[in-house]
Design a protein. Structure first.
Ligand SMILES: Nc1nc2c(c(=O)[nH]1)N[C@H]1C(S)=C(S)[C@@H](COP(=O)(O)O)O[C@H]1N2
Ligand SMILES: [Mo]
Length: 334
């Protein structure tokens, strides 16, 4: 349960809206799913069916217009064909997103239509043999796309299962040709307050920045996403390029990446910079380590009324636990 601590959070509480209004929003999402009319609070009431139709139409139009649409559907990787749980219905996923660039709440799908997905370029810099900026279509076409069904666990204690399309992060690292001295891969989202009004909220440390160690980037699970549900992904998922690290809390999975830097120093990430006591760098999923303001023992399943137990490393421990052997557990799990 998401119980607010009685502690005074001063400014941080107001800023960390990610969780403080979470329960209300879950209620809101459920109401939408139940097919009732949205009333108070919504600027324009319309039925759930209409919203679902509209969001799916929008996602399909974005996918159809994408210059890489011919690459879909990509072959399913048999090792990740089944996440052991039902795939989250696309319309639930498409209408419930964290993408603070477009607002600090979950219903950003209409605003995210303004995301300009082309032209788009990705810059590789820092400790690399040669800095370069690559057009997104050149980059995607240099990779072998595959589909993988992954579980996703948000730090706010909700989860989903998504059929992503993309390629392993390690293929991107190889492409970038980092120097032997590189210890971290740092990824950043675009910065454009004119397009993404959330970035006018100056108290957030834009651009959204995330990072992993080189060893983590090398792990087969670390995945760069270009598509979802068998087509180029919708804007709100973080088109045209995002990360997904299924054993870590969702905030590590940075969206709409424009810059990939190789560093010797561990970066300070977006949420860490904002509220360091609540969001660490490693952020591995662990049901036994509570967030300072709520338990992480269970999770609400997006698109259903279920609440299920959360698993260590989100159930991917066999593949990733070795990465953290001998490290300070206090740092690893929040
Ligand atoms: N640039 C950017 N990336 C982001 C976020 C964000 O606000 N901005 N939110 C993160 C969080 S908290 C989660 S849970 C996931 C949500 O992904 P989804 O909207 O596809 O479910 O994106 C992550 N990546
Ligand atoms: Mo999240």
């Amino acid at each position: 349960m998401l119980i607010k601590s009685p502690r005074a959070w001063e400014i941080a509480e107001n800023l960390a809206t990610l969780e403080s209004v979470y329960m209300n929003r879950r209620q809101f999402a459920k109401t939408v799913a139940a097919g009732t009319i949205l009333a108070a609070g919504a600027s324009m009431p319309f039925s759930a069916a209409r919203a679902e139709e509209e969001v799916v139409t929008m996602a399909n139009a974005q996918a159809a217009a994408d210059p890489t649409a011919d690459l879909y559907p990509a072959p399913l990787n048999a090792a990740y064909a089944d996440a052991g749980r039902m795939i989250t219905p696309a319309q639930d996923n498409l209408t419930y997103n964290n993408f603070y660039e477009f607002g600090s709440h979950k219903q950003i799908w209409q605003r995210a239509e303004d995301l300009q997905r082309r032209p788009w370029a990705v810059t590789f810099d820092g400790l690399v043999e040669e800095e370069m900026t690559v057009d997104i279509d050149t980059l995607i076409r240099a990779m072998a796309l595959e589909e993988r069904v992954y579980r996703h666990r948000c730090v706010e204690a909700w989860s989903m299962v998504v059929p992503w399309t993309g390629f392993p992060l390690k293929a991107l690292v190889d492409y970038a040709r980092p120097l032997g001295s590189a210890k971290y891969v740092v990824m950043q989202t675009f910065e454009d307050p004119g397009m993404a009004p959330g970035q006018e909220q100056f108290w957030y440390p834009w651009p959204y920045t995330e990072g992993v160690s080189i060893q983590e980037a090398d792990n087969d699970l670390a995945f760069i996403v270009t598509g979802a549900y068998g087509q180029p992904m919708a804007n709100q998922f973080g088109a045209p390029l995002r990360l997904h690290l299924p054993w870590k809390y969702g905030f590590k999975s940075v969206k709409s990446i424009v810059r990939i830097s190789f560093t010797e120093e561990r970066p300070t990430t977006f949420w860490e910079e904002l509220v360091a006591k609540e969001y660490g760098f490693w952020a591995n999923v662990n049901p036994e380590v509570s967030h300072p303001r709520w338990s992480q023992a269970t999770e609400k399943v997006l698109g259903s009324n279920e609440r299920i137990p959360t698993q260590l490393y989100n159930g991917y421990g066999e593949q990733v636990a070795y990465l953290y052997e001998g490290m300070d557990p206090e740092e690893l799990f929040f």
